[in-house]
Design a protein around this ligand. Structure first.
Ligand code: FEO
Length: 395
């Protein structure tokens, strides 16, 4: 993808990764982009790089605008290697002594990644770098996404280089929100649910802080996906809504099954929920990727998890899912467990333990069925669905 001028003198020079299908455990069926930005001013400045496999593309994009050796400053807003992986190639090309601006934690983390003695220039929160006619103000945004993360804000253009925040794993010919329209929101939502959900309280604090200082933002340039230039408030407001995790009258029934007994229970629970008019979504863990399940859970009021007992434990996909879910720390959920078993039947107890650790509100001891559910057990599953549906109606 060729470089593109975003506003006068500021270019997108990143790379589109059309073939990415997995981003550390997150399914990316539509690929991603690694956005890097070049600012032409008295000091030519590169903001972030790309995954190392795309270093040639980055350097080629820069070369179409200016000789890369004329880059004076490099800014690293975030150490993760989808943005820093090409730093060794870039620094080698432009000169290893060129100043590399990053947060203090960024300096430490970049050193641990690359073992290079680059000319690090650690910046403070609120620090300002003069580029000539324009300036960059650095804002520490620890844990959005890593402890090293920061934003760079150009007040002259009201432009925020937001690193991972406000991004989407989406590869397409478009570079801007107005070119994609509403179709980009599900990608941004999935990205939030899988990358930033556990930091939701920090997102709310950050938005509060930004509104208190009256930071005017006309354009948001994230490090993944499209640039928000038509309506940056749309994604900011969406982040506030997603971070608040206000539960909807919606239940996600997540399960795996060996001989369809747990599946029959799942479907009966869904029937019970639907009878009360609750939006219910069954998700079989070998038909739905964990990253799509967590996206559905984002606004759900209830999480219901089912597993057969296998070798005295949980079915592996269910344990995988619970581990992933626990790490992302969703909140404000009611929950219940169910599952079939042959003789020992530990699955429901084990799921309950996990759900309690997540501080979900367990509203039932759980439904256990030996071997194959008979009509009474199917009725019990319908009633469990109704009980959860009733609790959702009372939210
Ligand atoms: Fe896109 Fe945290 O890296």
């Amino acid at each position: 993808m060729k470089p593109l001028e975003i506003v006068k003198g500021i270019y997108w020079v990143g790379a589109v990764d059309w073939n990415l299908r997995d981003f550390h455990g997150y399914a990316t069926p539509q690929g991603s982009t690694y956005n890097a930005y070049l600012i032409l001013d008295e000091k030519v400045t590169l903001i972030d790089t790309v995954k190392k496999e795309f270093a040639d593309q980055l350097l080629s994009n820069v070369s179409q605008i200016i000789d890369p050796k004329k880059i004076d400053y490099v800014i690293s807003n975030h150490t993760e290697m989808d943005h820093s992986g090409s730093l060794p190639r870039v620094m080698h090309k432009i000169g290893e002594d060129k100043p590399l601006y990053c947060s203090k934690v960024g300096q430490k983390n970049l050193s641990l990644h690359f073992q290079e003695k680059w000319n690090y220039q650690p910046v403070e929160n609120g620090g300002v770098l003069n580029l000539g006619k324009k300036t960059l103000t650095f804002l520490e945004t620890r844990m959005l996404h890593w402890p090293d993360s920061m934003f760079s804000y150009m007040k002259e253009e009201h432009l925020l280089f937001s690193s991972d925040a406000f991004g989407q794993h989406y590869a397409g010919p478009e570079r801007f929100d107005d070119q994609v329209g509403e179709a980009i929101i599900p990608h941004a939502r999935k990205y939030f649910a899988n990358i930033l959900l556990l930091y939701a309280p920090l997102v709310l604090q950050l938005v509060e802080k930004v509104s208190q200082v009256g930071l005017e933002i006309k354009t948001i340039c994230p490090d993944h996906g499209i640039i928000w230039r038509q309506d940056p408030t749309k994604i900011i407001n969406a982040y506030v809504e997603w971070s608040r995790q206000k539960p909807k009258k919606k239940a996600v029934v997540i399960y795996d099954t060996m001989w369809q007994s747990t599946q029959k229970l799942a479907e009966a629970i869904v029937d019970g929920l639907c009878q009360l008019g609750v939006e219910a979504k069954p998700m079989h863990l070998r038909a739905s990727h964990r990253s799509d399940v967590i996206t559905e859970i984002l606004d759900a009021g209830a999480v219901i998890v089912g597993s057969p007992t296998l070798n005295n434990g949980l079915f592996p996909t269910v344990m995988d899912f619970l581990t992933y879910l626990k790490g992302l720390k969703p909140s404000k959920k009611i929950a219940a467990a169910f599952g079939s078993y042959g003789w020992s039947g530990e699955a429901v107890k084990l799921i309950n333990q996990e759900l309690e650790e997540m501080k979900f509100d367990l509203i039932d001891p759980g439904l256990r069925v030996q071997f194959v559910p008979d009509p009474q057990k199917i009725e019990a599953a319908i009633q469990l669905g109704q009980k959860i549906g009733q609790a959702l109606q009372n939210l």
